[in-house]
Design a protein around this ligand. Structure first.
Ligand SMILES: [Mg+2]
Length: 373
C-alpha cells in the first residue's frame, strides 16, 4: 500500500495588532506551542506556523486523512486559545472568524478556512501552499486556470506527454451551494464562462484527467453567507502539487509575475490588485492592503515535510524573489489608479457583492425619502 499523507492548511483571523495588520507574536506562539505538542503526541508529523496579514495559518502534515476530527479540533482549540489571548490584549477583531461556539468535529462552516489534500506520495512530491489576505477564494480562479489549463502559461500542457488529456476542475457555486466538474481543454470556454464570475464561482479542486490524481485544493467559503452579514473576506488558502506529469513548480508560480485585480481590500468591499510577497512583507497597510499573497514550497517525504536533522521543516519562501518585483510594481500602479476613484464603481464592488456590507444600512436611511419619479 502506498503511503497516504495529508497536508492540512487551516487558517483563521483570531485578532490582530493595530487594526487588520498582523498576527502578533503572542498569538503565533500559541500556534507554535499547540502544534509542537501535537507533534510530540504523534497526532501530526510536521507543522509550520505563520501568518499572512491578520490570518493565523496552521500548516500540518499528518496521516489522519482529510476532515479528521482530531486535526480539526487541534486547529479549533488553537484558534480559540489565540482568540482568548487576543481578547485579553484587546487586539482588533478578537475571534472575528470564529462564527460558532460549539465544535462539532469539523471547522468547515464555522469560520476558519481549510484546504486539505490527501496524497499517495510519489518518488518526490513538491508542494506549494498559497495563502492570501484581504481577498476571497475567487482570487485563485485566474492563476489556477493559467496553471492547469492555459498552454500559453504552462508549457507542460503542450510538451509533457504526462499531462496529455488535460485537467478536471471542480467549481463551487457558493451562492447556491452547488458544484460542477468541468474538463479542460474540451470545456475551456465553459470553465472561463463560470470562473470569470469570481465572487460566485470558485475553483475548489483540480485533478489530472487521465488518472484523477489530485493536483490542487482551495478553501472555498463565503463567510458572509455563513454569518448572514459582512464578517471580513475569506482570505483563502490553496495547496498545489508540482512536477512528474503535473505543472512544474515554476509553471505554478509564473502566473504571479503579473498582478491582477481581486475582490477584497478595504472592508472587503473593493477591487484591488494582488501583490505576491515574501513572508516578511505579508502584512497589509495602505487602505488595509493591497491584498497580499505568499507561496511556500516544501517537499513531502515519508508522511512529513522534509526537514533538517532536528526535524525542523525546510520551507522555501517562493515570492521572496526579485522575479516578482514587476508584479509588486504593477500592484502599486493599479492600486493608485483605483484609489483615485474613491467609492465610485468599479473601484468599489458592485451592488450584489455589497449586499452583506454596512452599505445597505446607509442606503436604508434614505429608503422612506424616495418618491415616485
Ligand atoms: Mg485577513
Amino acid at each position: 500500500m502506498p503511503r497516504k499523507t495529508t497536508i492540512s492548511l487551516i487558517k483563521c483571523d483570531v485578532g490582530s495588532l493595530a487594526g487588520h495588520h498582523v498576527v502578533p507574536e503572542p498569538l503565533l506562539s500559541i500556534g507554535e506551542k499547540n502544534l509542537k505538542k501535537a507533534r510530540e503526541d504523534g497526532l501530526i508529523n510536521s507543522y509550520y506556523v505563520f501568518h499572512v496579514g491578520d490570518d493565523l495559518q496552521l500548516l500540518t502534515v499528518h496521516e489522519k486523512g482529510g476532515s479528521n476530527p482530531e486535526i480539526h479540533k487541534l486547529a479549533w482549540n488553537t484558534f480559540q486559545e489565540a482568540a482568548k489571548k487576543a481578547a485579553e490584549l484587546k487586539l482588533y477583531g478578537a475571534g472575528q472568524d470564529l462564527l460558532k461556539n460549539a465544535f462539532s468535529g469539523n471547522v468547515r462552516g464555522m469560520g476558519p478556512g481549510v484546504a486539505e489534500m490527501e496524497i499517495e506520495e510519489r518518488g518526490s512530491d513538491p508542494i506549494v501552499v498559497f495563502a492570501a489576505d484581504k481577498t476571497s477564494a475567487g482570487c485563485f480562479n485566474l492563476p489556477l486556470f493559467k496553471i492547469f489549463a492555459d498552454p500559453m502559461s504552462t508549457a507542460g500542457l503542450i510538451i509533457d506527454p504526462g499531462m496529455a488529456g488535460g485537467f478536471k476542475f471542480e467549481v463551487m457555486d457558493v451562492k447556491e451551494n452547488k458544484k460542477v466538474v468541468v474538463k479542460c481543454p474540451e470545456e475551456m470556454y465553459e470553465l472561463i464562462a463560470l470562473i470569470g464570475t469570481v465572487g460566485r464561482y470558485m475553483i475548489s479542486r483540480v485533478w489530472r484527467a487521465r488518472d484523477d490524481l489530485i493536483c490542487a485544493v482551495g478553501s472555498v467559503t463565503r463567510l458572509s453567507l455563513i454569518a448572514g452579514k459582512y464578517v471580513g473576506k475569506d482570505d483563502p488558502v490553496m495547496i498545489a502539487r508540482a512536477q512528474h506529469g503535473l505543472p512544474a513548480l515554476g509553471e505554478i508560480l509564473v502566473p504571479f509575475m503579473h498582478s491582477y485585480l481581486v475582490q477584497g481590500w478595504m472592508r472587503g468591499s473593493h477591487w484591488g490588485p494582488i501583490m505576491p510577497v515574501g513572508l516578511k512583507d505579508a502584512k497589509c497597510t495602505a487602505f488595509d492592503g493591497p491584498p497580499r499573497i505568499v507561496a511556500l514550497g516544501f517537499q513531502v517525504a515519508n508522511g512529513k515535510i522534509a526537514g533538517d536533522d532536528e526535524g525542523k521543516p525546510m520551507i522555501a519562501d517562493m515570492f521572496d524573489d526579485p522575479a516578482f518585483d514587476l508584479a509588486r510594481r504593477e500592484t502599486l500602479d493599479y492600486a493608485s489608479m483605483l484609489r483615485r476613484m474613491g467609492e465610485f464603481e468599479p473601484a468599489r464592488l458592485g451592488v450584489e457583492e455589497m449586499e452583506y456590507t454596512s452599505l445597505s444600512k446607509v442606503l436604508g436611511k434614505l429608503k422612506d425619502r424616495f418618491k415616485p419619479a
